[in-house]
Write a protein that binds this ligand. Structure first.
Ligand code: H79
Length: 496
């Protein structure tokens, strides 16, 4: 009896520890502390807008602003950081004399005569992107829309025209959902502070900055009503973190202003300064926004949440950098592998583009977009609207799943051309048919109990044609069929 008790307690502990809720390191209800400014929601958002977000699979990020003019370099000197951060280049670290003043006047030359929003949108569509995140304002504070709350905007450049509007209209026309990137850092606003303001005059100035930020956000949602969400950045500032009550109120205001609005976890902190996840471990916002240039490798790491991964093509350059020569540039193959890794774990993958000061998307990025698009035209069924397949990751590549179809995107083709799919003997559904997504040609599918002792799996061998080869990943569709579940192993396992 005692032993039975012990076993059931161990089982409870085991399943408890590995259940999704506790993997999130969420506190059990009973142990939670009361939070005034914690998460507004328990569990995933299930409305139509969020379901649409969940099905995107692939997105495009665009970083564009005044920083595209220097492109990481000025007067023969190179900034040793991300090109969109170049305003923060200090003379101590090699910046040309008077650099910040120079930068703050660059907008007077911003005249991207080659900018063609429709061409960008077409290119994004051809790549297979379902959404775009566009920088309306990066840390430098330069606004790509004619904000009425500051003079540091596109309106006061030689270009004059509202770039955000052109982008929104062009992407809307291609059926690509638009998300507005907005950094709460603003190096141009006199009241902005990254640290907590100490002197009274600084606190008062910060109050102005808060009002300004709120006004700009309402302005963006007013001017671009088709935008589906806001992608926030910069919210790690101590000054911002301290504003838990105010940011909580602002989030409520934005959501009331635009029902269905999607906001990630990088917007605000709770009253204990916890970001992304509140002090009870509950996700704040609609999806986890912490996967910047990194990817989870297990479903446990995603804590069962929605999430996006935003990725640069060079190592860490978001804005245009004119010199890619000494950097590793991710290949379409690399990016497709990351895309599938993200999709296989319920995430969206977003590839960044940094147009130059004239508004051109560089040819290298154009080629990458084109090649990804060619792959997507054949294989996007394995990317859009798919979910985690609830199977261990196979060495061959990644599983994604939609309805009764299991997709195996193969990156590592076995030398014997036989792909062995393992599934639990107790699985509800069994493979009934396998074929290439590319040409729908049936592949030989045979099930085996291969006779491993104490093995809970059955194995399904899918044979690729002898002459098959591919230098890009390819997708095998495996139809799952409930009727086939009677197909059990041929031999009983040995009893020991
Ligand atoms: O827009 C791109 C980057 O410019 C922006 N996010 C992407 C989408 C970005 N800004 N900063 N970072 C990414 C990372 C910066 C981290 C640091 Fe810090 C800020 C290092 C020091 C200050 C936050 C605070 C992390 C460590 C301390």
């Amino acid at each position: 009896m005692k032993k039975l008790f012990f076993i059931s307690i161990s089982a409870l502990l085991f399943f408890g520890i590995f259940s999704k809720e506790l993997m999130a390191q969420e506190q059990p209800m009973a142990q939670r502390i009361t939070l005034q400014y914690g998460s507004h929601r328990e569990g995933k958002r299930m409305d139509a807008e969020m379901q649409r977000w969940r099905e995107y699979g692939l997105g495009q990020f665009i970083h564009w602003g005044v920083y595209a003019i220097p492109g990481g370099h000025w007067e023969g000197k190179s900034y040793n950081g991300a090109a969109e951060w170049i305003r923060s280049w200090s003379e101590k670290s090699g910046a040309p004399a008077g650099w910040q003043k120079t930068y703050d006047n660059l907008y007077k030359q911003f005249n991207p005569t080659d900018f063609d929003a429709k061409a960008w949108a077409r290119q994004a569509k051809d790549m297979g992107a379902k959404y775009v995140i566009f920088t309306t304002k990066h840390h430098d504070g330069f606004c790509l829309w004619p904000s009425k709350y500051t003079g540091y905007t596109i309106k006061n450049t030689p270009f004059k025209k509202d770039i955000v509007k052109e982008v929104v209209d062009a992407y809307d026309a291609e059926g690509i959902d638009v998300y507005l990137y907005f950094s709460i850092i603003d190096w141009n606003h006199p009241g902005y502070s990254s640290g907590i303001p100490k002197a009274e005059k600084d606190s008062l100035a910060y109050e102005d900055f808060k009002q300004f930020t709120r006004n700009q956000l309402i302005e963006l949602l007013t001017n671009y009503p088709s935008a589906k969400g806001l992608w926030f950045d910069g919210s790690w500032d101590a000054a911002w973190i301290e504003q838990a009550a105010w940011t909580d109120e602002l989030e409520k205001e934005l959501r009331a202003f635009r029902p269905g609005l999607i906001i990630g976890s990088r917007f605000r902190a709770d009253e204990y300064g916890k970001r992304h996840f509140d002090s009870n471990g509950v996700l704040m916002g609609d999806y986890e926004q912490g996967w910047e240039r990194k990817l989870p490798s297990t479903i446990e790491q995603t804590k069962g949440n929605d999430w996006d991964c935003v990725m640069t093509i060079p190592p860490n350059q978001w804005g245009y950098n004119s010199d890619w020569s000494s950097s590793y540039i991710k290949t379409p193959y690399d990016l497709i592998a990351m895309l599938l890794q993200a999709n296989s774990l319920n995430g969206n993958f977003v590839i960044n583009f940094g147009p130059d000061g004239k508004g051109r998307i560089r040819p290298e990025e154009g080629d990458i977009a084109k090649q990804i698009g060619e792959w997507m035209r054949v294989n996007s069924e394995a990317v859009y609207g798919v979910t985690y397949a609830e199977l261990p990751k196979p060495d061959y590549g990644y599983y994604t799943k939609k309805g009764n179809k299991l997709y195996l995107t193969v990156f590592n083709k076995p030398v014997n051309n036989i792909i062995r799919v393992a599934m639990a003997k107790t699985a509800e559904q069994k493979p009934s048919k396998a074929y290439f997504l590319a040409d729908k040609k049936d592949l030989k599918l045979v099930s085996h109990n291969i006779g491993l002792d104490r093995d809970n799996n059955l194995y399904y061998d899918i044979t690729l044609p002898d002459d098959f080869s591919s230098d890009m990943p390819f997708v095998i569709v495996i139809d799952l069929d409930e009727a086939a579940k009677k197909d059990q192993g041929n031999y009983r396992d040995a009893l020991t």
